[in-house]
Design a protein around this ligand. Structure first.
Ligand SMILES: Cc1cc2nc3c(=O)[nH]c(=O)nc-3n(C[C@H](O)[C@H](O)[C@H](O)COP(=O)(O)O)c2cc1C
Length: 164
């Protein structure tokens, strides 16, 4: 069976998109038909055999939009080879279990990656929180790109094994 991969993401300041794009680019290099899409109502897992869903965390929660999308598509996701990627800065406290319990989806794999702070692009409130909580006054990227590539290669090895 020929495989098709959907990498779908919800982002506020672009770091989750960057990580999703990295996974999609590794997949394309491996010769896997891949689509990269932002989460919205028009996007569904229907035409795909493999799905990576990625979302970021603010104030202890993934976005409501991501939650709604996953709940709506949970029956379809359950029949596919899937992974859930969380992007946040307090990696050890990522609210992955809570999100998945509330959304009714059990992905095949989960991964958590450190994100970034885009201080120069924030409004006054996010700047205040960033200064107070992280002591940061400028843009900082924490993502371990080698870890993202290693995750992508592991997931894609399973994609290829299922195609055989
Ligand atoms: C105001 C604010 C609140 C945040 N709250 C959390 C949080 O509760 N837990 C956490 O681990 N990371 C938190 N983060 C870090 C974000 O998850 C991180 O910036 C991530 O890279 C955002 O990804 P995005 O650009 O794709 O939205 C917060 C960041 C900001 C600016």
């Amino acid at each position: 069976m020929s495989r098709r991969l959907l990498v779908v993401y919800a982002t506020k300041y672009g770091q989750t998109e960057k990580i999703a794009r990295c996974v999609a680019e590794v997949a394309k290099r491996e010769g896997i038909a891949t689509e990269l899409a932002q989460i919205d109502d028009a996007c569904t897992p229907e035409d795909f055999s493999d799905v990576v869903v990625a979302g970021s965390v603010y104030f202890g929660h993934h976005s409501r939009k991501l939650g709604r999308w996953v709940r709506r598509n949970a029956p379809m996701l359950a029949k596919r080879h899937t992974a859930f990627v969380t992007v946040c800065n307090e990696v050890a406290h990522a609210p992955v279990g809570t999100f998945l319990r509330d959304s009714g989806w059990t992905p095949g794999t989960t991964a958590v990656f450190a994100g970034a702070l885009r201080y120069t692009r924030y409004g006054w409130f996010f700047r205040l929180v960033t200064r107070r909580v992280a002591g940061v006054h400028d843009d900082v990227e924490y993502t371990d790109w080698q870890a993202v590539e290693a995750f992508a290669r592991g997931f894609l090895a399973d994609v290829k094994a299922r195609a055989a």
